[in-house]
Design a protein around this ligand. Sequence first.
Ligand SMILES: [Ca+2]
Length: 253
Amino acid sequence: MRYSIVRFVILSACLSLFSNCANTPGPASAETSLPPATKEAPFVNSLGMKFVPVPGTNILMCTTETNVTQCGALGIYSVHSSQGERPGAGIEWEQAKEWCGKMSQREGRRYRLPTHAEWDMAVGTGRLYPWGDAWPPPDNFANYNGQEMKTAIVVDEIKGELHGVNAATTIKEYRDRHPFTAPCGSYPANELGIHDLAGNVWEWVNGSPSLRGGGYMQDATDHTVLTSLYHRNIVPNIPDDTSNAGFRVVIEP
Ligand SMILES: [Ca+2]
């Protein structure tokens, strides 16, 4: 009899615990609709683009800038029409958003450009520059305007002309192999597994037409431009050179 009472008490406690667990609100459904992804095992979408979590946000961010092939797959054409692995460039803000809309329809997920806050979390806010606090960057950190420019003869892929590069303001004591855009992911990923947040092409963000990260032509004229938190805002109706603007995308719940 005594044994039965003890068993009843234990059983009641278990049922109560189960009941409490069942009544505890779980994560909002919106938070559970992202596909599983880790730095080690990214989510891979239908175009082969890889996505990883960014701590402090609820999005998955593409590990690379959107390349020419991926742009073209949804009808957005880059100035680098024959360079599939290189980042789409000369892309306008509206075109980048159009790409996101088409991709959302194609996959039934919510693609968009990253917000400034998400971009901040991805690049890291605890250091002055994406590589740290010291100047210049370590060699081959990212695709900027380094010493490789001094001897480069490149094809201007916008004008189709062969010409020498104005190397007067190249970053001294820095070189990175690529005088023009580099294939996406050519430089080491950061601690989150994300490539090219610094350099290569400027990247559009969500909310208002603004660019982040610097591009391959970024030189030593103004060190501020290469700081992690620098925003390059595009003012409507005022001409600006966006020939080195591209984009990367995120997936939201
Ligand atoms: Ca370079």
